[in-house]
Ligand binder design. Sequence first.
Ligand code: CAA
Length: 306
Amino acid sequence: MAADPGAAESPPADRDVFPSVLVIGAGTMGAQIAMVVALSGRTVCVTDIAADALDRARAELDSRMRARVDKGRLTQEQLDDAFARLTTTTDLAAAASDVDLVIEAVVERLEAKRALFAELDSLCPTATVFASNSSSFMPSQMADARPDRFINLHFFNPALVMRCVEVIRAPSTAQQTVDAAVAFVRDIGKEPVLLDKEIPGFIANRILNAVRDEAVSLMENGVASVSQIDLACRTALGYPMGPFELMDLTGIDIGYLIKKARFEATGDPADAPARSMSELVAAGHLGRKTGRGWYMYENGEKVGEA
Ligand code: CAA
């Protein structure tokens, strides 16, 4: 996957598609998705049940976007305009009452997502399209409330930088919803990758999971350390970061929950989370966000293998 740090800042060609967006969940993905949408000229509101998550998201976006201004990638005026279009609230009912598109980016638990979409159905206008940023669950597992107006828009981490957004339709999704979603993704400066049929994990994560499983197996079998495996991937395969570095960036718990969900669905032992990943999750070592995962971090910088 190629990174295109400038992509999110391209001026939009057409803001008519979903001019008002609600992002639910102020984690890393939700916050950065919201900023991408705001930079495209749309109004966007981020909601979360926790007010401190909203404060953290704003502070993180502030420092990350300020760095872009310092580097000359964005003018102060463009940034001020984007922040003026981005609001945050814990009041879901108020935020949902007048939006064209909802992008859900909450915890990767199917029941939480299904309950949220059921609630949103009673809060949003009937024309509102619902989208999930789930990394693994298929749209048909979440589309009950709005079968024809439901789609998965799967962004990649870091969402401000990665160009790909996988667009996954359920069998019930209307063509009009698919067309609008594709136009929206293009218009926010991303590259839509359209799947012809749904499958758990979609395209990129399925490929990534195969690489990650092999990397973890090599490590667990004592073949090489995590840093040497990452080094091979960077220097032999041209990956921007190795699989362990990437797990630390995206959160080891995220990969763990994806594998757990797959295992629960298939019962295939090959789909079960690896022992070493389960141990890290149980110990709370989730990657960069906790200062320790496969590597140790200080002030956001990698300082060595854990
Ligand atoms: N958030 C936002 N922006 C970030 C960032 C972050 N966490 N980390 C780096 N960036 C930005 C930097 O600010 C910089 O921007 P400018 O060009 O404007 O200065 C740009 O990205 C490049 O960063 P760096 O020069 O510091 O470092 P780099 O060249 O190594 O790039 C990277 C960093 C973009 C993260 C790159 O290493 C990369 O592409 N890594 C692979 C990421 C990847 O595979 N993501 C997919 C993960 S799977 C997933 O997301 C699916 C899922 O369902 C969980």
